[in-house]
Design a binder for this molecule. Structure first.
Ligand SMILES: *[C@@H]1O[C@H](CO)[C@@H](O)[C@H](O)[C@H]1NC(C)=O
Ligand SMILES: *[C@@H]1O[C@H](CO)[C@@H](O)[C@H](O)[C@H]1NC(C)=O
Ligand SMILES: *[C@@H]1O[C@H](CO)[C@@H](O)[C@H](O)[C@H]1NC(C)=O
Ligand SMILES: *[C@@H]1O[C@H](CO)[C@@H](O)[C@H](O)[C@H]1NC(C)=O
Length: 443
């Protein structure tokens, strides 16, 4: 028979509602909503009466089952649906038995769950998601899900991640262990020779990593995205070269990094390097190792000056963000720098008062934002960068006389100073550059 896409369950144990035949209440997303479903009485009959051509999901507000709503229950559910989503799961153990013919199991809140036990043999589950649980490690039996492509344990209590637990999940592409307590990564050991894992997307954000030897990840040879946001990383280093030929995005934002040296990393395809919200005092060196970089994020760091020199030799870099470095007073380049594809530069919310464009060659730059800085002159961006369409000096202490003199630049849309204002919003003075076009400025 045709199976429905999902059985969405809210398991609220106990209570004693009268047992009655519950017909579908149609809901959003072609959902059949059932107020209650009692698998001890007429539950199966009710499920069998739901027409798969009319409804796509079944949502059950209250489900009654003889015992733990995993194990045998999942096999039963698989007669009717491909995906099971359990809103609240109250047991300590979750069993998946041989013959469980489901694609997706999604458990949204499992505050007591300590153990997942997966039997050997013929389980078709491809995606397993568990949110809010008490698991302290990847279940040792996870290898009994050979078709698994996506695995999530989000907001659980894992302390370490051992890749050995996943050595039989050779199709696993996405692993999300965000919001755990992981402080240790145990690399794959050599027991089976040179096994590589297929993981492409690895989310380890919001954990407790401090000092990470990146060789722990080296057998993840297909890694495309590594998310290490919101840890306590002071250092990311490796004792030998780690090669990630497919790596496109490395995110180390929201850590405690005061330097980043990526010389251990061979990632010729890296496109996005995100390092915002750290303690960096300059743009990292040796970025030329990554000739396909398109985006560099460096906002919310501790740069006192923004020296663009380390960016030289990045032929495809199209956007860079150095905003919110509150101590940064100027942008310059200590050596000639040419960025043939740079299209946008964000340097907002700093204390910039100078942009020395000499030696900086940005042939296609279209937009530069210097909003919320400390410029009292208009840097010569139009002359230095012929392709520029516009640049913003919104909320800088520009003198009123200067704005009046450069009214044309503003009215043409090239110099952006924000929408017309009202004199009452301007604590330091204002000027009218055209009929009913008043701007704040420094009198
Ligand atoms: C990983 O965590 C498990 C469970 O907390 C523990 O038994 C094991 O010793 C840990 N391994 C390492 C290397 O820390
Ligand atoms: C990595 O990806 C390639 C290409 O998709 C694939 O052939 C290979 O089997 C993958 N490696 C692993 C370890 O799964
Ligand atoms: C802005 O520049 C003025 C001098 O032009 C200086 O006195 C002031 O401290 C600067 N403000 C910041 C936040 O750096
Ligand atoms: C601008 O930078 C160049 C090259 O670094 C330097 O020679 C020059 O003195 C700087 N100009 C100003 C006004 O600081």
């Amino acid at each position: 028979m045709d199976r429905l896409s999902a059985l969405l369950l809210t398991l609220i144990a106990s209570g004693s509602l009268p047992v009655s035949y519950s017909a579908c209440i149609p809901a959003m997303g072609m959902t059949c909503m059932l107020e209650n479903l009692n698998m001890l009485t007429d539950g199966l009959t009710t499920l069998r009466q739901i027409e798969p051509k009319v409804f796509y999901n079944i949502q059950v507000r209250m489900l009654r089952v003889p015992n733990n709503p995993a194990g045998a229950f999942l096999i039963r559910a698989a007669e009717f649906v491909n995906n099971v989503e359990i809103f609240v799961y109250r047991e300590q153990e979750f069993q998946i038995l041989a013959g469980t013919n489901l694609n997706v199991v999604n458990v949204l809140e499992a505050k007591s769950l300590k153990q997942i036990v997966i039997a050997e043999g013929d389980i078709t589950i491809k995606e397993l998601y568990v949110y809010s649980c008490m698991l302290d490690r990847i279940p040792p039996t996870i290898g009994n899900l050979p078709l698994l492509t996506d695995l999530t344990f989000y907001r659980c209590t894992m302390r370490n991640l051992s890749f050995n637990a996943l050595r039989k999940n050779l199709r696993l592409k996405t692993l999300d262990l965000s919001y755990n307590e992981i402080d240790t990564i145990v690399p794959l050991t050599n027991a089976d020779g040179e096994v590589s894992l297929a993981i492409e997307n690895l989310y380890l954000g919001s954990n407790r990593l401090e000092n990470l030897d990146m060789t722990a990840f080296e057998r993840l040879s297909n890694l495309t995205m590594l998310d290490l946001q919101y840890n306590n990383l002071m250092k990311i280093a490796a004792e030998r070269t780690v090669s990630w030929p497919a790596m496109e995005m490395l995110d180390v934002s929201y850590n405690q990094l005061s330097t980043i040296d990526l010389q251990w990393l061979s990632a010729p395809n890296l496109k996005r390097l995100l390092m915002s919200n750290n303690l960096l005092d300059k743009i990292p060196q040796r970025l030329r190792r990554f000739p396909n970089l398109q985006l560099i994020g460096l906002s919310y760091n501790k740069m006192a000056a923004i020296d663009l020199a380390p960016l030289n030799g990045l032929p495809t870099l199209s956007s860079i963000d150095v905003s919110s470095n509150p101590a940064a007073r100027f942008i310059r380049s200590s050596r000639p720098v040419r960025l043939p594809m740079l299209d946008t530069l964000y340097a907002e919310n700093c204390a910039l008062n100078r942009f020395n464009t000499s030696g900086i060659d940005l042939p296609v730059i279209g937009y530069i934002s210097l909003a919320n800085n400390n410029f009292s002159t208009i840097p010569p961006l139009g002359q230095s960068f012929p392709a520029i369409v516009s640049f913003s000096l919104y909320n800088n202490p520009l003198p009123c006389a200067l704005l009046k003199a450069r009214a044309e630049l503003i009215l043409s849309g090239k110099l952006i100073l924000g929408p017309p204002q009202d004199a009452s919003e301007c604590p330091d003075g204002s000027t009218t550059i055209a009929p009913s076009f008043l701007l704040c400025c420094k009198a």
